[in-house]
Ligand binder design. Structure first.
Ligand code: GTP
Length: 186
């Protein structure tokens, strides 16, 4: 998955995300990806930049997502057509129960924080817990530090994002048994 300029991806996606069992003959491989993270970190902007044609742009004003939104994009990966179903969740607390109910069945998560907002970075731990509780047994997670154009306002150094992702890998190993295994690719 490729992200718009300005986004620092500190983990990488697994390329072989779903096996052939997920595909009916002649149909593209269907992948469910969920965007998650605190409000206003830029999830919707990232999805729009990725899915909509034309140069990536951001909304002039912030309109928070109400509940959940949904976009589709077809990509080709290793000669296989993959239909990405991207669920853009609202970060506001009032939608939390609704949004996490969409975690089941996801193949991958993009967890977004804002590098200029330490609360959004601290919130990542809770999102990981939600994934452990509500998602299926094996999922891939990308941790993404957004708003990298605001370098002068940065409060989360890149190495903290990288450290967090390795810490979360350790957490996986310690806390999860074989049947409830999540993978964090760093
Ligand atoms: N400077 C800067 N601003 C950004 C960036 N990405 C998003 N924004 C701005 O941040 C604000 C929030 O962006 P959204 O994409 O709506 O954030 P969200 O995470 O979807 O918010 P919720 O729907 O409330 O969960 C908007 O004003 C965007 O224009 C970025 O990379 N850099």
């Amino acid at each position: 998955m490729r992200f718009p300029a300005g986004a620092a991806c500190v983990c990488r996606a697994r390329t072989e995300m779903a096996g052939p069992g997920h595909r009916a003959a002649g149909k593209p491989l269907l992948m469910k990806i969920v965007m998650a993270g605190e409000a206003c970190v830029g999830k919707t902007s990232i999805v729009r930049g990725y899915v909509e044609p034309g140069p990536p742009g951001r909304a002039a004003c912030y309109i928070s997502t109400v509940g959940i939104d949904f976009k589709v994009k077809n990509i080709t990966c290793n000669d296989t057509t993959v239909k990405l179903q991207i669920w853009d969740t609202a970060g506001q607390e009032q939608f939390h129960t609704l949004c996490t109910s969409y975690f089941r069945g996801a193949h991958g998560f993009v967890l977004v924080y804002d590098i200029t907002n330490s609360d959004s970075f601290q919130g990542i731990t809770n999102w990981i817990k939600d994934i452990h509780e509500k998602a299926d047994d094996e999922v891939d997670i990308i941790l993404l530090g957004n708003k990298c154009d605001k370098e002068v306002e940065r409060v989360i150094p890149k190495h903290r994002g990288e450290k967090n992702s390795s810490a979360l890998c350790d957490l996986d190993v310690v806390d999860l048994n074989e049947s409830k295994k999540k993978k964090m690719w760093c």
